[in-house]
Design a protein around this ligand. Structure first.
Ligand code: GUN
Ligand code: FE
Length: 410
């Protein structure tokens, strides 16, 4: 397949790569080359532009119903008053089918064609989520959540149940596109033995791991009361849950230097969720510092800490909060540039999946076709201005086609 269009991506985080009026050749779902001209048949999208589809590194499918609810509370009371109550309803698999379908629809409509997703503790409902994602052909990881302590009696597992169900979940899911990920909810809700056993499962099956880390000050304090380890990150590290296999830690706002060292590992990814961090008054993560240290950072919508599945809004928020950080928190830190935010939402998070999130040779052709006619009226402005206008002003209606491995999906 050959497509003529304008291709905008971030090979490097510090600038956009712009290929104007070029021809991209896609073979077996991967990018073969971008050329200046073409003597074969091609599809013409030259009045629009194409970008790599978004990589959503952190969101919760069973919190879809809670978008926008309870934001007068901080994390721990919010979990208890809103989140756990809603997640417990996913024990009913028909309930799960109905609302997971709406979640998947929304995820894809917003252009996330590679996603890493929390389910609930309910294996059968998590499997329904996996089936729905497979049907829509999008790449994803889904975690059956583990919760063995400090949880309400309607949303908790015994240690044995938590491990047995995780093993079954892993055995049941061997698909190439939608894969399992080991998912201890966070240190507060999983006991030390279970954390260790979960890392054994991850290592034996070469599976990635996801959790939450250093999100909220009360959370950090509670973890320090529950565990004797040096710091929050060490609770995971000391139990082989940080970087032995590929690992995503969401938030990472309150990290000390020792913890930051543990994150400087090519297997470890931070999922930056700036809207969730604002909504729950969690704080501002020093993302520019993490990027400059070479730590892998992607973006996550973190619904329902995040108020919807829009990666575009997440990109925007990541720039805006970093501007405030550079004025009010640390005048020596530069704000994130739009190219860096776009990079986190595409190639930065895409690294978790492999060659994903860019239009370089050998990368998966997972892409969005963008029509910006309702934003940019002056058709003479250049593509750099157009991508910035898109980042700041667009929404899902500007995404007019979605491609996974070169195939249009709906
Ligand atoms: N920490 C543990 N569970 C959660 C959750 O569901 N959302 C957020 N934002 N943080 C968490
Ligand atoms: Fe989360």
């Amino acid at each position: 397949m050959i497509i003529k269009s304008n291709f905008i991506f971030t090979k490097d985080k510090d600038e956009f790569t712009i290929e104007e009026n070029k021809y991209i050749t896609v073979e077996d779902g991967k990018i073969k080359e971008i050329k200046d001209d073409c003597d074969k048949e091609y599809i013409d999208y030259s009045d629009k532009f194409m970008i790599p589809s978004f990589v959503n590194l952190h969101t919760h499918a069973p919190q879809f119903l809670n978008r926008g609810l309870g934001y007068d509370y901080e994390l721990l009371p919010w979990l208890n008053k809103y989140t756990f109550v809603t997640e417990s309803k996913y024990k009913d698999i028909e309930f799960a089918r109905k609302y997971h379908e709406k979640f998947v629809d929304d995820l894809i409509r917003n252009g996330s064609l590679n996603s890493v997703i929390f389910g609930t503790i309910h294996r059968k409902s998590d499997n329904i989520l996996i089936d729905l994602l497979k049907k829509r052909k999008v790449f994803s990881y889904v975690g059956k959540v583990n919760m063995t302590m400090n949880s309400p009696e309607y949303l908790v597992e015994s240690k044995k149940e938590s491990i047995d169900e995780t093993i079954k979940f892993v055995e049941e899911n061997k698909d190439e596109r939608v894969k399992p990920i080991i998912t201890p909810r966070f240190a507060i809700s999983v006991d030390s033995d279970t954390l260790k056993k979960l890392s054994d499962i991850a290592i034996e099956n070469n599976l990635p791991i996801q959790s939450h880390l250093d999100e909220n000050l009360d959370e950090v304090k509670t973890v320090s009361e529950l565990f004797e380890d040096d710091n929050y990150a060490s609770v995971y590290y000391n139990r082989n849950l940080l970087g032995k296999t590929k690992t995503i830690m969401a938030h990472c706002i309150y990290m000390n230097d020792k913890e930051i060292k543990l994150m400087q590992n090519p297997n470890v990814f931070i999922a930056h969720c700036p809207r969730s961090n604002m909504n729950l008054k969690s704080g501002i993560a020093p993302i520019k510092k993490y990027l400059d240290l070479g730590i892998n950072v992607g973006l996550g919508t973190d619904v329902s800490g995040g108020n919807n599945e829009s990666m575009l809004e997440e990109i925007r928020a990541s720039i805006q909060v970093s501007k405030l950080y550079s004025i009010y928190v640390d005048k020596n830190t530069k704000p994130i540039k739009s190219s860096e935010a776009f990079y986190m939402a595409t190639k930065g998070g895409g690294k978790f999946f492999g060659k994903v999130g860019s239009f370089e040779k050998g990368y998966d052709f997972n892409a969005l076709l963008i029509d910006d006619k309702n934003i940019v009226f002056d058709r003479n402005i250049d593509l750099l201005d157009r991508i910035n206008a898109f980042i700041y002003s667009a929404d899902d209606r500007n995404i007019v086609k979605r491609f996974v491995l070169g195939e249009e999906i709906y």
